[in-house]
Design a binder for this molecule. Structure first.
Ligand code: ADP
Ligand code: MG
Ligand code: ZN
Length: 502
């Protein structure tokens, strides 16, 4: 059935209790594929990174990628999972043109990591624990390109092209247990979970986890049940949602759609759904009943994986500082309140701030620029901070120019705006626009004399000993020099002229 009238979010939540399940696929950043030596570099010519194994040629034998296993264990450990003493790969059999073997090498009832949890911080600082069912290893499929139609979809296309460069790239699939009890915050929890997971994956160094590049994608399972009922409702599964914001919107839309269907006395179909970025809606994909049979069986061409306990413990001991721990440490180091830290987190500013500090800026300066001018610009343009066309090194350079007195804050803001507008590096902008602070006494002296001449009453006050009145004259000089005067030197020059020390 098609639903034209969604139920309002508030009304949906007044009647129904949402339950979610999140399945996140992460493409590992290994140099080679999961079961062959082919390169994983992005952007290569179609089908230039393939071999008999990842093309599924008869007789070709897979060999497992050790870094793939190591990365899976690291992810499992960071998610507080148990690591299997022994596990196997399994064949998941189905036909699809972008999967040349006609089965996907995956894991089924023997995942490498299971039974974990991840604590996620919501926007108001509340912490919600998401239970993890499993994290298992598998491989990516190739890509189809449908040609000749208006939409790029298979419908209306005259033919399709296949690129197998992605086939066999290692994936880790992380599946949550049903997430209950989030109530009206369910969409927010979904977004916060994926955000936290992304930070964790990046911190582990196993993937760049760039959602916009498809390196991390999320399937959002959602069902509703009347309050008080234990049994779950039927779920829908919105596939391949590829931004944090979309995860939240998809969950929200499905809550409103399910409620509309249920209120009408209808039944939710257990189906996959496609998410549409333009309006945040979902539309039906394929029906997916529980009888779906992939004829899983253990992969006969790969040996079982039995990670030695000593190795697992070595990996555990070598885990980097995890984002949640790092956040607590930074908050203490930077002397910030919970509220201040929360705004830094909500702005996604930590990586940029840390990179700016690493590029030589003092931490207060790094925080000031990213949370001030740059956060404002990112907000205006609806971009993430890291997507702004300015690098941490450039921000650090601006901070250095301020520290050495070549720029004041006002000029620094102009320089940053110009860098964002593509005018070049900070030094180039300063040079081209002639933005440096003027501290040369000759130029300043003239401006000071003019300010005194134009503000005789104030000048008299200073002569009478009211030194505080000098601020007004400094302001006049700054205005006349369009902010470029060295304010401290201007003040000295004014006092030298009007209130000379004996
Ligand atoms: P599939 O492979 O069919 O998608 P999985 O068990 O791998 O099934 O994943 C389903 C996800 O949905 C899991 O995160 C699970 O916890 C969750 N889930 C299962 N049943 C429901 C339900 N009725 N409502 C919401 N989420 C559910
Ligand atoms: Mg699924
Ligand atoms: Zn290959």
């Amino acid at each position: 059935m098609t639903v034209t009238e969604l139920v309002s979010y508030e009304d949906a939540l007044a009647t129904y209790d949402p339950v979610m399940g999140l399945e996140v696929h992460v493409e590992l950043g290994t140099k080679t594929k999961m079961f062959c030596g082919c390169s994983t570099t992005l952007g290569a010519d179609p089908n230039s990174q393939t071999c008999p194994t990842c093309l599924g040629m008869p007789g070709a034998l897979p060999v497992v990628n050790a870094i793939g296993i190591e990365s899976a264990i690291k992810i499992g450990l960071a998610l507080n999972c148990e690591i299997a003493e022994w596990c196997r790969f399994a064949r998941k059999n189905y036909f699809y043109p972008d999967m040349p073997k006609n089965f996907q090498t995956s894991q089924y009832d023997e995942p490498i990591a299971f039974n974990g949890y991840l604590d996620v911080s919501l926007e108001d600082g509340e912490v919600f624990r998401v239970q993890i069912e499993r994290a298992h290893m598998e491989e990516d499929t190739g890509k189809s390109l449908h040609v000749g139609g208006a939409t790029g979809r298979i419908h209306g296309a005259s033919h399709s092209l296949l690129d197998y460069n992605r086939a066999g790239i290692p994936l880790i699939e992380i599946v949550t247990k049903p997430i209950e009890g989030a109530g009206e915050r369910a969409p927010e929890v979904a977004k916060a979970y994926v955000a936290e997971l992304r930070e964790l994956i990046k911190a582990l160094g196993v993937s760049e986890a760039r959602m916009e590049m498809g390196q991390m994608r999320c399937d959002v399972n959602l069902s509703l049940r009347p309050y008080g009922r234990e049994k779950f409702g039927t779920r829908s599964e919105t596939k391949n949602v590829n931004s944090l914001r979309s995860v939240e919107r998809a969950a929200r839309f499905e809550i409103q759609r399910h409620a509309a269907v249920l209120n009408d006395g209808g039944a939710i179909l257990q189906e996959t759904r496609h998410f549409h970025e333009e309006d945040g809606s979902t539309t039906a994909g394929r029906i997916k009943d529980n009888a779906e049979d992939y004829r899983y069986f253990p992969e006969p061409d790969l040996v079982p994986i039995a990670p030695a306990r000593a190795w697992v413990e070595e990996l555990r001991a070598g885990l980097p500082e995890l984002p949640s721990v790092q956040r607590k440490r930074l908050q203490a180091d930077w002397g910030m309140t919970d509220h201040e830290m929360q705004s830094v987190l909500n702005a996604g500013a930590i990586p940029s701030i840390l990179a700016t500090i690493a590029a030589g800026a003092p931490s207060d300066q790094a925080r000031k620029w990213w949370m001030g001018e740059l956060a404002r610009r990112a907000n205006e343009t609806g971009q993430e901070l890291t997507a702004l066309p300015i690098t941490p090194a450039q921000v650090a350079r601006v901070a250095a120019l301020v520290a050495e007195g070549s720029l004041n804050d006002k000029l620094a803001r102009q320089v940053i705006d110009a860098v964002l507008d593509g005018e070049g590096d900070p030094d180039e902008v300063v040079e081209k626009r002639g933005l440096a602070v003027v501290s040369d006494d000759g130029a300043l002296g003239t401006a000071v004399d003019e300010a005194i001449a134009g503000n005789a009453a104030i000048a008299d006050k200073i002569r009478d000993g009211k030194v505080a009145a000098a601020g007004a004259l400094v302001g006049a000089v700054m205005k006349a020099t369009r902010g470029q005067a060295d304010a401290a030197r201007v003040r000295e020059l004014i006092l030298e002229r009007l209130a000379p020390k004996e």
